[in-house]
Ligand binder design. Sequence first.
Ligand code: ADP
Ligand code: ZN
Length: 293
Amino acid sequence: MKFGAIEAGGTKFVCAVGDEIGNIIEKTVFPTTTPEETFSKVYEFFYNKEIDSLGIGSFGPIDIDPHSKKYGFITSTPKPGWSQVDFVGTMRQKLNVPVGFDTDVNAAALGEVQWGAAKGLDSCLYMTVGTGIGVGAIVDGKTLKGFTHPEMGHILVRKNEADKFQGVCPYHGDCLEGVASGPAIEARWGKKGQELANDPEVWELEADYLAQALMAYTLILSPHRIVVGGGVMKQTQLFPLIRKKVAEKLNGYVQHPNILENIEEWIVPPGLGDEAGVKGALALAAKSVRGEL
Ligand code: ADP
Ligand code: ZN
């Protein structure tokens, strides 16, 4: 079988054709402009490719409730032109194949359990730290959903006393995304993260906020693996700092080898690198054909 995959981001779309074992046969990337223009590039790419189904990992917020009238829509995004856009309906109509639809980060988590750093595990958390902070999860082999998709990037964290920064989240100010996303780093320190590589203070504070969040997710979901990606995590010195701080904050309360002995194998970078999202969308396509979503 051949599957289509779309990683739909606010700045770029990645479209690919691949197989059931996660190989990508062909791929294209283009900027996200208007829905009309962007979708027409999508059809152009998939035209005549004879895909059996399509998987979409999308930026949000999106409606993922199969009983909702707005299922498959991008809902209330501030991105101009993209609010209330029927993504799944349009794709079904144009490409005439079953469509699997989930958030970009749930798709990435699925990609990682199928073919990446969490291969073969029943649960996994995937966090991206970039322009925003997004978190997806696999629980019992399925992507985690409720009445809508979870928004774990917006949890509250305890402010470091020395950190007077107010935060950049337009909804919550100093939620996790507000204090630890790429734009938060830039606003607090006056330079982009990539220019602050040699400033240990920046990464100590960053690791503290990310570790608080990972502690909360661990206490709530107990994921078999935690995968952390996104542009900010290109600062790989964050990994040992985060691992140390998660262990310190849990303070022996969760007695498990993941934390006490093998934390280097438990909190890890994406096994699929920058392809976690698009390969996850491929996995969604395969699941939609098998009726497993
Ligand atoms: P997006 O979230 O838009 O998909 P990214 O994951 O690349 O894209 O995140 C972009 C953010 O990550 C920007 O705020 C940028 O400053 C930051 N970033 C990108 N590369 C690095 C780096 N090498 N070190 C630190 N921060 C980085
Ligand atoms: Zn927020």
